[in-house]
Ligand binder design. Sequence first.
Ligand code: HEC
Length: 396
Amino acid sequence: MGRGVSQGVGVRTRQRLMAGAPALILCIAFGWIWPSRQASAQTLHYAGRPDAKAGEKVYKGGCIACHGEDGKGAPIANTMFKRPDTWPDFTDCAGTTPEPNGNWKAAIVHGGPSRGLSQIMPAFGDLLSDKQINDVIAYMRGLCRNDHHYPMGELNLPRALVTEKAFPENEIVVSTAASAKGTPAWTTDIIDERTIFDARTQLETDVPVNYATTENGWTEGVGDITLGVKREIFSSLRTGSILSVQGGILLPTGDSNRGFGAGTTQFEPFASFDQLFRTNTFLQTQVGADLPVDTSVTPRSMFWRAAVGQAWAPDHMLGRLFSPMVEFLATRDFAPGAQTDWDVLPEMQVTVSRRQHVRMGFGYRKPVTDVSGRNSQVLFYFLWDRADGKLWDGWR
Ligand code: HEC
């Protein structure tokens, strides 16, 4: 295998990506200064404000026969089709708020199959104007009153490899980090995130499985299992912002002698603030601490992380979504005079299933300070948004 060649390409690509980082930061700074009256939805640009009253006419003319007067669905006796298990109930806020307008728009413009949904959902792209489609979406949004202020799906930004987002999720992620140099070692995290009680609260379970090489060959074992509860505090589609806090506990399930765990229970509180700009540029930030119960085995530390990126998709943001980003990661022990370790992580997320409910992310994490004891890592994840249907559905 042409190992040398591929590595050479890797280094060049990496340098190019890193050179792109300052440009991205400039974009972000520009986004702040640029007066954004309305951070337009991640996947939708309105030429003018949508008119829900006009949308009601469209709905009653073209949609009511299947979706019903109330948005739950026309009486089954009147509709001759079998409802798919992803059948939408537009009055169910917890179910509809996480769907960005762009997902709906894609299904309305190109029909159900374009999104791996039922072929019974017709394409209206030739029948309705862009304005009429935006209007009918605005009307359908009104079928759920969102009295509980559930965060809107546009604020569910592309998942970064390390920085945790603010949006409460319903997904399963399998994420692997492998050392890029030195003795082979890797950790695979199996992460389950699900909303509990309402669409603003999320329970997270993270089970890491470690592999490492020793003198006697391979060794493997479970690491410290994390349980965390995240709560969205504030979100606004108008400003494009969302803020959450999480309280977590890391159980000492990993064997610390083999380097698989901290050897003590740790508490991990953090806050996440994400900002989406009208150009579909985004910034995700996270600040938190790891607070071990027994500080004689593991010191207290804090971390701060940021991901800046750009979401892009062909077909006016209705096609496959590509999200290049760069993360900046820092940790520091609480001890006086301790130094801060910085890493840079250029990466890419891309949707792989037609329904866009299965996504991949990959990147390269490089220490930039105190590089002697710390390895570069290759990272990769596979994500399944459980709320959008079964893993094996929605590919064709
Ligand atoms: C012939 C019946 C029919 C008509 C007419 C119809 N739909 Fe649908 N629609 C469906 C079906 C069936 C689904 C469910 C697809 C699935 O989940 O596989 C659906 C799903 C949807 C979805 C959800 C897409 C998603 O991302 O989950 C939206 C939004 C939608 N329809 C909007 C409309 C609008 C707007 C109109 C009128 C302009 C309309 N539909 C007319 C049958 C219909």
